[in-house]
Design a protein. Structure first.
Length: 322
């Protein structure tokens, strides 16, 4: 596929959108990839990355090996993801603490529209497909009710968290950040990114080294998970597409509980910075919310999030027609 520079800039922009989604629990970067029309190409490209690439490099040169894995596409996309995660981590952290209702409202609209979009891709609603939607909806809902584990203390646990989280991040409808939250590693991941930037910008090498070590463990686990799971998911899309889409739709429906904007805190814990944060909460009606429920603005942000998906869908449709 011949692409111009503007095409790769657009792919980088899609990567930025994926990275932004992956930073927030309840939203999947895989969903953004799916609705923006690059999801299956992403899976196929990742699937091509392996030890055979080095054999091609040795025999036919770097350029041939690079093209064989769709290297320009992967570089543009993952550059966007990295830029987004590194730049947005601090902003998202601030919004989660200071404007949670409006932030969750926006992402609730995003996921709601994404459910409709992915469900529309199902060609033929058989009994098997309907059961898959119901079962995964229920499973996903109960996952959102789970109480997070203690924060990770060991290197092996960080590797495991990276492995599991990246699986969720490339799966539409399943949030990698939420999986980290369930595993008790979300705060660690956000702090690691922020400390990495802070240590580098201030020259605090101790802070930087500690953050880099944790980041490397998460990244290594993510690389392994990405390679292992992309092959299985690629096969499912090629051979069981309807069933796969039904499973994704169900997971997204169940995940709506986690990103419902109005919550009641049931349990708290003190994080590594000595700040009290939410450990467990439950969804409640806006009228029962303790504080300003911001109902009007929340509805506005839900509509904005919903509209954002419709716009992305429209852009993807136009691209497919071109």
């Amino acid at each position: 596929m011949q692409r111009r520079l503007i095409d790769y800039l657009l792919i980088t922009f899609k990567g930025i959108a994926m990275g932004a989604a992956d930073v927030v629990p309840g939203v999947s970067g895989g969903t953004i990839a799916f609705i923006s029309g690059i999801y299956e190409e992403l899976l196929e490209s990742i699937d091509k990355v392996g030890l055979d690439v080095f054999k091609v490099w040795k025999k036919e040169g770097f350029k041939t090996a690079w093209n064989s894995i769709n290297g320009n596409f992967l570089l543009a996309l993952f550059s966007g993801i990295a830029i987004s995660i590194l730049s947005l981590a601090k902003i998202i952290k601030w919004l989660l603490h200071n404007e949670p209702v409006l932030l969750w409202s926006f992402f609730f609209g995003l996921v709601l529209a994404s459910i409709l979009y992915i469900a529309k891709q199902i060609k033929g609603w058989s009994i098997k497909v309907i059961i898959a939607v119901i079962v995964t909806s229920v499973l996903s809902y109960f996952i959102t009710l789970a109480e997070p584990f203690a924060s990770p203390d060991s290197s092996i646990y960080l590797l495991f968290c990276g492995f599991i989280a990246i699986i969720a991040m490339i799966l539409p409808g399943v949030s990698g950040a939420f999986i980290l939250l369930i595993l008790g590693a979300y705060q660690t991941a956000i702090d690691t990114i922020n400390n990495l930037i802070e240590g580098l910008s201030t020259g605090n090498m101790e802070l930087f080294k500690d953050a880099l070590f944790k980041f490397a463990l998460l990244a290594l686990g993510a690389i392994v998970g990405l390679k292992v799971f992309s092959k299985a998911l690629n096969w499912m899309f090629k051979h069981q597409k309807n069933l796969t889409l039904a499973i994704l739709t169900g997971f997204m429906i169940g995940s709506l509980n986690k990103i419902w904007p109005w919550k009641e805190v049931l349990k708290t814990r003190v994080n590594s910075e000595g700040v009290e944060v939410t450990l467990l909460d439950k969804s409640i009606l806006p009228t029962s919310y303790d504080g300003d429920n911001q109902i009007v603005m929340a509805l506005v942000f839900i509509v904005i999030g919903f509209a954002a998906i419709l716009i992305l869908e429209s852009l993807g449709r136009q691209k497919n027609k071109a």
